[in-house]
Design a protein around this ligand. Structure first.
Ligand code: NAD
Length: 411
């Protein structure tokens, strides 16, 4: 299977073909500006020193400072952070934010560290990289297995080193340290706004519409709760341990209670146990991948039965799978549009930090909805104009905007 970055380059190439993009701009967009690789020594609780590898990829900053999350996962690698940073640059452009694209990560299984070790590792990441970060340079945020608490340790380390307050150097912070109202569920909320627009086009009514969600973390669990609240029927959920399926519907609050208990999702009464692979092929109306990349591939795309896919995860669908889904008439709301609610509220968080004046949750959501709906409409317009799928349409919009900024800079 191709790597995430190879997939990203194929997506760029598809947009470049549609746009007849200048070949020099195209080749500049094929590479990150820089990838920084660091070794982070961690003193374990038993006194031993163990070294962990970390990355920060700064892809493109033509439109503004690099922006993107930090992932803690055993499968993190340079190719993956490069792809994720490219998608961040594209995503910020799709929703019209004055930000570029970055992404970071550490090769680690955080479930194997104590809380004190996790804190020391997070502080170590900042000690290794602080020179490259800052509100005007590069602004990290949470991603897989990183949390507001991790952001708080990172902010504290950065401010201790630099000697001044700089809340806008990182987003997804706890509210007590300058976090934004609504940030905790903003990725899912943005996904809901996009899903709602797509559902209107497809004629879905919530109470008659079934949904399967792969991944039950920040993005997936909030999505399940928000959609259930709107009346959608959540029939399947999964996490790294596997999934559950109940055709009559799952209560996401009960699923969340179980996930946080010894029993896990599998303890849900009356549920059928399914694998993550099986979840993708269920007879549902809407499929929401909200875990990791490369889940819907050439090997399983043909088995997908959903009519709409809303990508909360980054890069869950490969280009080969996209071609199969397009042929089958399945509408894919692509990651760089569907999960852009997270970075949009991160941008609001920075704006609030810069003015030291904080907004209510209602204000945040009103502004978020406006941006997401406008972005959906702009992407839909490109899809109609060029007769392409929504992903290519979103990349066309993004590449056009990034290229315009690069050209204005004389690149
Ligand atoms: P998270 O750490 O909160 O949750 C990840 C979830 O995925 C967990 O439920 C975990 O059990 C599950 N998971 C891990 N491996 C899995 C596997 N192999 N199969 C199925 N499930 C698996 O992370 P998150 O922030 O919810 O991120 C999920 C996805 O959403 C990622 O692709 C991330 O890049 C993307 N995303 C997150 C944000 C954000 O603001 N948090 C924003 C945009 C995109």
């Amino acid at each position: 299977m191709s790597t995430a970055f190879e997939n990203a380059r194929q997506q760029l190439a598809a947009a470049a073909r549609v746009l007849k993009l200048d070949s020099q701009l195209h080749s500049q967009l094929e590479y990150p500006d820089r990838v920084i690789k660091v070794a982070i020594p961690l003193r374990r609780d038993d006194g031993r020193i163990e070294v962990f590898e970390g990355f920060r990829s700064q892809y493109n900053n033509a439109r503004g400072p690099y922006k993107g999350g930090i992932r803690y996962h055993p499968a993190v690698n340079e190719d993956e952070v490069k792809a994720l940073s490219f998608w961040m640059a594209m995503k910020c452009a799709v929703v019209g934010l004055p930000l570029g694209g970055g992404k970071g990560g550490i090769i680690v299984d955080p479930k194997k560290l104590s809380v004190a070790e996790l804190e020391r590792l997070s502080r170590g990441y900042i000690r290794s990289l602080y020179k490259y970060l800052g509100p005007d340079q590069d602004i990290p945020a949470p991603d897989v297995y990183t949390t507001p608490q991790v952001m708080a340790w990172m902010l504290d380390e950065y401010e201790t080193i630099t000697g001044h307050h700089a809340p806008g150097m990182i987003t997804g912070k706890p509210l007590s340290l300058g976090g934004s109202a609504g940030r905790s569920f903003s990725t899912a909320q943005g996904g809901v706004y996009v899903l709602t627009e797509a559902a209107k086009k497809l004629g879905f009514e919530p109470a008659k519409t079934t949904v399967a969600i792969q991944g039950f973390g920040n993005a997936g669990a909030h999505m399940a709760k928000l959609l259930a609240h709107l009346g959608y029927i959540i029939v399947a959920l999964s996490d790294s341990q596997g999934g559950i399926y109940i055709p009559a519907g799952i209560d996401p609050l009960e699923a969340e209670r179980l996930k946080n208990s010894e029993q896990g999702l599998a303890g849900y009464a009356g549920s059928k146990k399914i694998t993550n692979e099986e979840l993708l092929a269920l007879p549902v109306d809407i499929l929401v991948p909200a875990a990791l990349e490369n889940q819907i591939t050439a090997a399983n795309a043909d088995a997908v039965k959903a009519k709409l896919i809303v990508e909360l995860a980054n890069g869950p669908t490969t280009p080969e799978a996209d071609a199969v889904l397009f042929k089958k008439g399945i509408v894919v709301a692509p990651d760089i549009l569907a999960n852009a609610g997270g970075v949009t509220v991160s941008y609001f968080e920075q704006a609030q930090n810069a003015s030291n004046y904080y907004w209510s949750e209602a204000e945040v959501l009103e502004k978020l909805k406006k941006i997401m709906v406008e972005a959906f409409d702009s992407v839909w317009e490109k899809k109609e104009k060029y007769a392409v799928d929504l992903r290519t349409a979103a990349f066309v919009l993004a590449v056009e905007r990034v290229a315009e900024a690069m050209k204005a800079r004389g690149n």
